[in-house]
Design a protein around this ligand. Structure first.
Ligand code: AMP
Length: 436
């Protein structure tokens, strides 16, 4: 039997309905903030991710799935190296959504000078070559937003509020959500802060793991998230980002917090919160569900330098992404079934002699916009009713010899078991009424 790739999942039934429901809620909630949907390709040039996410991040160095055409693979095997490949031949499956959306905004000039910001949301699969475990997949699904052209601290606050409203609408108990925020500074103050953290790590080199020593050179702030508990203990004494902000960043952060306070949003300041990707500046945030054991369900922040890194004009921006699979797990732990039940249907049942009549009746009901099921396996009337129940039919239309001869049908309400006779000509409108 053919096997699914490890760390990937098939979405069907209730799981698929949950994914669709999440997108419906996103469309509703993000729509009230003026966001429109965008879909960018799942495959982009490696350069798009390297510019945006950063060469030194784990995502780019170790986790990106690279894509080569068959002809190119032969060529690569013969040469033994990908050197000499053009940028357009170096492709990868997207490990996250932001870099591609920002690339699209630059390429399509979505934020021309002096225009209103671009407000975009997306939903789709992302790919990372991580070790699969609960809540950590190689193909997973994200919903995210990107807000390009908005420097104001109110946009940071609105973005965070929109995220929290989204979680509440999905059914989370608001008290279970832990929102952590931090500010990572900008091009003016971040480089000096990075240097301070690098020096701190090198001063404690004897106590830190090999990965952190490598991080000291490549991306020292990542040492705050080291999986090694001892490294984290040492890093608890390291200089903190909020203590090293320039005046502009400090004022920006203070204003974001004032807006969140005004909106009554509960948050915790976590001065060690550094998000894994290089592009973040100033506000960063992450949300987890207390006690769920699945890690962060979403996070994001400001990335004022990213448009420029992707070849555009300097344009401030911010956004977030949430993970579908982890949200489903965390909601399940709270007793919430995001997928819910399938839409109720009408079942057209019949006695064997009038089976050919079912075809036309089902067709008319479907053309009236109803979800219609019927038997295609020659079942007895009794087992057709059983199947109707299984399929969650709200109404059964029963065709028998006498009814068909008289141009009538029996309508059986599957909840009350009440039966009435209806003229076939009125069937669609009567059934639609019952279904509502
Ligand atoms: P990130 O861009 O890493 O902050 O990811 C945003 C959200 O996507 C996280 O909060 C998770 O909910 C989800 N996520 C990230 N990586 C994975 C993965 N490998 N498997 C499942 N969900 C993930």
């Amino acid at each position: 039997m053919a096997q699914r790739v490890q760390g990937t999942e098939d979405l069907y039934g209730g799981y698929m309905r949950a994914w669709q429901r999440m997108q419906d809620v996103a469309r509703e909630v993000f729509g009230t903030y003026g966001f429109d949907m965008i879909e960018t390709p799942a495959i982009e040039q490696v350069a798009t991710f390297v510019h945006g996410i950063g060469e030194s991040t784990d995502v780019v160095r170790k986790e990106m799935f690279r894509v080569f055409s068959g002809a190119l693979v032969e060529n690569l095997l013969a040469k033994g190296s990908e050197q000499g490949l053009k940028a357009k031949q170096r492709l990868a499956l997207r490990p996250e959504g932001t870099a591609g959306v920002v690339r699209a905004a630059v390429q399509n000039n979505m934020v021309p000078q002096g225009s209103a910001p671009a407000k975009l949301w997306y939903a789709g699969p992302m790919f990372r070559g991580e070790r699969p475990q609960k809540g950590r997949l190689r193909q997973f699904h994200q919903v995210g937003v990107e807000w390009l052209g908005a420097p104001d601290p109110a946009s940071d606050a609105e973005c965070i509020i929109m995220l929290m409203r989204f979680f509440e609408r999905l059914g989370f108990d608001p008290k279970s959500l832990r929102l952590c925020i931090n500010s990572m500074g900008d091009a003016a103050c971040r480089p000096a802060y990075r240097d301070k953290v690098r020096t701190f790590i090198l001063d404690h080199a004897g106590e830190m793991c090999a990965d952190c020593l490598e991080r000291a050179e490549l991306n020292p702030l990542r040492a705050f998230d080291c999986k090694n508990a001892h490294c984290r203990e040492v890093m608890a004494e390291a200089p903190l980002a909020p203590d090293n902000l320039c005046d502009e960043c400090d004022q920006h952060y203070e204003q974001v917090k004032r807006y969140l306070d005004e909106a009554g949003i509960r948050y915790e300041e976590d001065p060690t919160l550094v998000r894994g990707l290089d592009y973040y500046t100033r506000t960063v945030f992450e949300v987890e569900v207390v006690g769920s054991g699945v890690g962060a369900i979403g996070g994001g922040g400001r990335y004022d330098g990213l448009m420029e890194l992707e070849g555009g004009k300097p344009t401030p921006g911010l956004g977030f992404a949430v993970g579908f699979e982890r949200i489903v797990l965390a909601l399940q732990a709270q007793g919430v079934d995001l997928g819910g039940k399938p839409e109720g249907c009408v079942y057209v049942a019949c006695t064997p002699d009038v089976r050919p009549q079912v075809f036309g009746v089902a067709l008319a009901l479907r053309d009236a916009g109803l979800r219609v099921e019927a038997d295609h396996q020659g079942r007895s009337l009794k087992s057709q009713f059983k199947q109707a129940d299984k399929l969650g039919a709200l109404v059964c239309v029963v065709l028998g010899t006498d009814e068909v001869a008289a141009g009538m049908a029996t309508l059986r309400d599957m909840r009350t078991h009440e039966q009435v006779q209806v003229a076939q000509a009125d069937l669609a409108s009567t059934v639609a009424e019952r279904m509502a």
